[in-house]
Design a protein around this ligand. Structure first.
Ligand code: PEP
Ligand code: MG
Length: 333
């Protein structure tokens, strides 16, 4: 789709927010014209793997990178920066700024890095630091990583970049989101590490969200609601973990169904509990992007926002409008 071919005259208005999932800054620039209600999921991973390229622990502990080829590649990339630390934080802040600027002042939900250990190991120097795990998808991932002895210094760099983005560059439309948070106890630890690194919930208007992508996030939703400003349902992991099906398995592709009654129960219950706690809740998994009709089900369940891939934005927007009985007004040119 070429954005110039899109007629914005017949984009309906909706009460439910329709936001975008943005993987990298060039996608934000490419889709700038879409009348989105902000970015519901700005993924950090592509920015790190495509632009920064180096594992943050390799930048903090260069002496542990013993391979000469890797060392010179890292030296080349970081040339012109004060040190490895400032290379990482400046590149990350500038990359996220390119996303945050496009729909400013609408909210942009930036998710903390959510690589699995095998993916972190693929970054330059990463294999010298990362553990070998049998099941990285349910391993040292998300919240557990951020407060671990092993990774917390690297996590500090993400916090510094986000603080710079919000407090120095002025992108206070940026909301920070914690992925893969298994329990409220983990949430407390992560929020504490964030505070130690200058990112305190409520300070300078900082809102912190948590992903709802593990069944425990639904089961203990009320306790999560005491610790976070909002939720975003990750239907990809929530489907995987509710049905016990590997989301990447081709052999099980038929079994991976977001419309399974068990998954729908999780989503509807998460929405109801968030509302009961007075918290906002959206969904940023692939389900409505792949199946725009899925958006109708979410609207009926009372979701606040739906975040989708840019190429499915218009179709989802229309489906949301249809689900919002009656009062659909056409946007005036
Ligand atoms: C999800 O799990 O639905 C999600 C949005 O996160 P990711 O696909 O990056 O794991
Ligand atoms: Mg996920």
């Amino acid at each position: 789709i070429d954005v110039r071919d899109i007629s914005l005259d017949d984009v309906p208005e909706t009460r439910t927010g329709v936001m975008l999932n943005i993987a990298n800054p060039s996608a934000a620039v490419r889709w700038w014209r879409l009348p989105a209600d902000g970015v519901g999921l700005a993924r950090m991973e592509f920015l790190v793997s495509n632009e920064i390229k180096v594992h943050p622990l390799a930048l903090l502990n260069p002496e542990r990178v013993t391979d000469a080829t890797e060392r010179s590649a890292i030296a080349e990339l970081t040339k012109g920066y004060k040190d490895g630390r400032s290379y990482f934080t400046e590149c990350l802040a500038m990359g996220l700024a390119r996303i945050a600027a496009v729909w400013h002042p609408k909210p942009v939900i930036v998710r903390l890095s959510d690589f699995k250990s095998n993916e972190y190991a693929d970054l330059l120097g990463g294999r010298h630091f990362e553990p070998l795990e049998e099941n990285p998808m349910i391993g040292l991932r998300g919240a557990a990583r951020y407060y671990s002895e092993f990774y917390r210094d690297a996590f500090a760099l993400e916090c510094v970049a986000l603080k710079r983005l919000r407090d120095d560059m002025g992108f206070t439309n940026v909301i920070v989101m914690v992925p893969f948070c298994r329990s409220p106890e983990e949430a407390d630890k992560v929020l504490e590490v964030m505070t130690a690194n200058g990112l305190t919930r409520g300070e300078n208007g900082l809102e912190v969200y948590v992903m709802t992508e593990i069944p425990s996030n639904v089961i203990r939703a009320a306790e999560f609601a005491e610790r976070f400003d909002g939720f975003s349902i990750g239907s990809n992991d929530l489907t995987q973990l509710t049905l016990g099906v590997d989301r990447d398995s081709e052999a099980l592709a038929e079994v991976f169904r977001e419309r399974d009654p068990a998954v729908i129960w999780m989503i509807e219950t998460a929405i109801r509990r968030a509302r009961e706690a007075g918290r906002k809740i959206g969904l940023c998994g692939q389900a409505p992007s792949n199946d725009p009709d899925f958006a109708r089900l979410l609207v009926k369940a009372g979701i606040d926002t739906i975040s989708v891939t840019p190429d499915s934005f218009l179709e989802v927007k229309r489906n949301v409008a249809l689900a919002e009985e009656g009062d659909v007004r056409m946007r005036r040119a």
